[in-house]
Design a protein around this ligand. Structure first.
Ligand SMILES: *Cc1c(COP(=O)(O)O)cnc(C)c1O
Length: 391
């Protein structure tokens, strides 16, 4: 029929153990969810602080809908730029201790817009091999040369930097907390390299924002670093902030530059009012209640230590994202199915999200998890892991 044969393609994907299916969840986001009438412990959400369903976040969201309605009616440069956006951008800049910030509709769009606005022909982007797909796509969209360095390999990165003197602009782009591995990019060393070779860092703090650092401000706070004109921070609102959307934060002139040049900002409808309102309320909650971030860290440590004790390979994670390495995709899928039957909702992560033979379970903990539920989850993980010969 002059186009790809869907059935045929799906058979190939399935034969490789890589078929993905959507699961319908009939409850809202929270530490326990309901699927097909069955209650499960949620260990696969990025709603790390439990703010999606936080009472005050819900109230603020409902008030915003009452006041401003369901949508915004146009792109921000046309007529959709509600006051709320400036308010949120100021709060995000304060939170990240940068001069200003610009909200994007999604993290995917923020990375695509940032990279393609900042880099072009004649420039080079150095990108960690384990960066998020939205970074990979942003690099492609930019038309700049891309130099991929092995995960966190600073020697290789430096070699590539020394070879890039002919390029006009040099960028280093990295996940701050790696989304499938849970380890943290070596930001202080990356900044030294950026200074030495006159490069700029684009830091994707999707999983750090609201989750790491003493007060949840993210990866710079984690390392005790101040913001720098050499670091452009991207963060998302849909993970620990429990809302939706994303932002880029940096110097005062970054914002108007992106407003003029980032196509994924310009050519899309402004977010509905409920979204910035929820994010603002979430920032209030994080700032008012330091116990949220503390509880997330305690739960993450409990889970990491428990899994290690059981003998699972959890790689180099230091955060609330805890991979359990399995290897073959069908084995990871099998284990996820067994865990599901025992009441745990955990996703198997397979290629192309992770490299070949690096299929795994990706466990994420939330501040809202009860310690006894995590202890029970560890018991189940241990018994299923033994049964399947993983430990
Ligand atoms: C989730 C994620 C994104 C995309 O953010 P969305 O708002 O979901 O589009 C970008 N980068 C990383 C590292 C992520 O984990």
């Amino acid at each position: 029929m002059g186009m790809i044969d869907f059935e045929d393609e799906l058979k190939k994907i399935s034969a490789a153990g890589l078929l993905r299916r959507l699961r319908s969840i009939s409850s809202g986001s929270g530490p326990k969810i309901v699927i097909d009438g069955k209650t499960l412990l949620m260990l696969a959400s990025n709603d790390y602080l439990g703010l999606c369903a936080d009472t005050r976040v819900k109230q603020a969201t409902a008030r915003a809908v009452q006041k401003w309605g369901g949508g915004t009616g146009a792109a921000r440069l046309i007529s959709g730029n509600l006051d709320l956006f400036a308010e949120l951008e100021k709060r995000l800049a304060d939170f990240k201790q940068t001069e200003d910030a610009l909200v994007f509709s999604t993290g995917y769009m923020a990375n695509a817009g940032l990279l393609s606005a900042l880099a072009g022909k004649g420039d080079i982007i150095f990108s960690d091999a384990l960066n998020h797909a939205s970074i990979i796509d942003g690099c492609r969209l930019s038309r700049a040369e891309t130099g991929i360095y092995p995960h966190k390999d600073l020697n290789r990165l430096e070699t590539l930097l020394t070879q890039s003197r002919a390029c006009t602009n040099r960028y280093i782009v990295t996940d701050a907390v790696f989304s499938m591995d849970g380890d943290i990019a070596p930001l202080p060393a990356l900044l030294s390299l950026a200074e030495k070779y006159d490069a700029v860092i684009i830091l994707d703090d999707a999983h750090g924002t609201g989750a790491i650092g003493k007060t949840g401000k993210g990866t710079l706070e984690h390392f005790g670093m101040k913001s720098s004109p050499r670091i452009i921070i991207m963060g998302t609102l849909g993970k620990a902030l429990g809302s939706f959307g994303a932002f880029a934060a940096g110097t005062a002139s970054l914002k108007p530059f992106l407003v003029n040049r980032a196509r994924s900002f310009i050519f899309t409808t402004a977010l509905p009012p409920a979204v910035p309102a929820a994010a603002l309320a979430a920032l209030d909650r994080i700032e008012q209640d330091p116990g949220l971030v503390r509880k997330l860290k305690e739960n993450a440590a409990l889970m990491r230590e428990g899994l290690c004790r059981l003998g699972f390979d959890i790689m180099e994670t230091e955060t609330q994202i805890i991979p359990v390495m399995i290897g073959r995709p069908e084995h990871a899928l099998h284990m996820a199915k067994e865990l599901f039957a025992r009441g745990l909702f955990i996703q198997a992560i397979r290629p192309p999200t992770v490299p070949e033979n690096a299929s795994r379970l990706r466990i994420t903990v939330m501040a809202a998890h009860e310690k006894k539920d995590l202890a029970e989850a560890l018991d189940i993980l241990g018994s299923v892991g033994k049964k399947l010969g993983i430990i």
